[in-house]
Design a binder for this molecule. Structure first.
Ligand SMILES: NC(=O)c1ccc[n+]([C@@H]2O[C@H](COP(=O)([O-])OP(=O)(O)OC[C@H]3O[C@@H](n4cnc5c(N)ncnc54)[C@H](OP(=O)(O)O)[C@@H]3O)[C@@H](O)[C@H]2O)c1
Length: 238
């Protein structure tokens, strides 16, 4: 399927992987809605690189703000063909020291917002011609990490949400997931260095490589649904 003229909302599109996805979509001729939380300057820069795409601010911890975001996007474009649930948080805790607020900080965005964004998108798409949803999960949703149990659980949840929603909304909406491996943008710490050292590809990945997989799902027929592709240089095979 061609993405030319298709309207795709990317959450957390101001920086890093979200920015790479938004630019790849714009390069394919899609009309991209750039969502951001706090990084307004970076979002406007990404929007400029996407042919002056519109930007939309929302705190995805709030379901009311999510619903308002989708109303604004649908109002602006008059349609919605694709959603890329990219926004997320990442923290590191010994599970013995994790508090309720630390758990909620991760799950409110990684799992709850992913669900309610998908629901808001589906309510629009099911009334129209249907479309595609791609959720960013993680290698951490496939493999256990001792100091990220809360994060791993949230991303494993995204993978099961992907499968359940694919079943709920077939055949009008496909729901798939991309699970990135190590995709660094800042200075790499010792943990990241160790992960790269055991990656069969012997290197980290790039935002563009994640965007390639996201675009594969957005361009595929809706017969491809409920699937997760790990883009991780083979690390999930170890
Ligand atoms: N980078 C990696 O190595 C890696 C590995 C595995 C999985 N992933 C997954 O791939 C996706 C992108 O990764 P990334 O590293 O580029 O992500 P990131 O920089 O950690 O986060 C992406 C964006 O999410 C937005 N966000 C977070 N909480 C929000 C909230 N409450 N409301 C609105 N926006 C919020 C932020 O937007 P603002 O800056 O505008 O606030 C942030 O820029 C994520 O789902 C991540 O879990 C990444």
């Amino acid at each position: 399927m061609s993405l030319t003229g298709k309207v795709v909302l990317v959450t957390g599109a101001s920086r890093r992987i979200g920015r790479s996805i938004a630019i790849a979509l714009a390069n394919e001729g899609a009309r991209v809605a750039i969502h951001y939380g706090g990084s307004e300057a970076e979002a406007r820069q990404t929007a400029a690189e996407c042919g002056d795409a519109p930007v939309f601010q929302a705190n995805l911890e709030s379901v009311a703000e999510i619903r308002d975001l989708f109303d604004r996007v649908a109002g602006h474009f008059g349609q919605l063909d694709g959603l890329v649930n990219n926004a997320a948080r990442f923290t590191c805790f010994d599970p013995l020291n994790l508090e309720e607020a630390d758990w909620d900080y991760i799950h409110n965005v990684n799992l709850k917002a992913t669900f309610f964004c998908a629901q808001a998108a589906a309510r629009i798409k099911l009334k129209g011609e249907g479309g595609h949803i791609v959720n960013l999960s993680s290698l951490g949703g496939l493999r256990p990490w001792a100091h990220h149990a809360h994060y791993c659980a949230s991303k494993a949840g995204v993978i099961m949400l992907t499968r359940s929603l694919a079943k709920a909304w077939a055949p009008k909406i496909s729901v798939n997931s991309v699970a990135p491996g190590v995709i660094p943008f800042d200075k790499v710490d010792q943990r990241i260095e160790r992960l790269i050292a055991v990656t069969p590809a012997a290197r980290a990945g790039t935002g563009e490589e994640i965007a390639d997989a996201v675009l594969f799902f957005l361009k595929a027929s809706r017969f491809t649904t409920g699937q997760t592709i790990a883009v991780d240089g083979g690390l999930s095979q170890k």
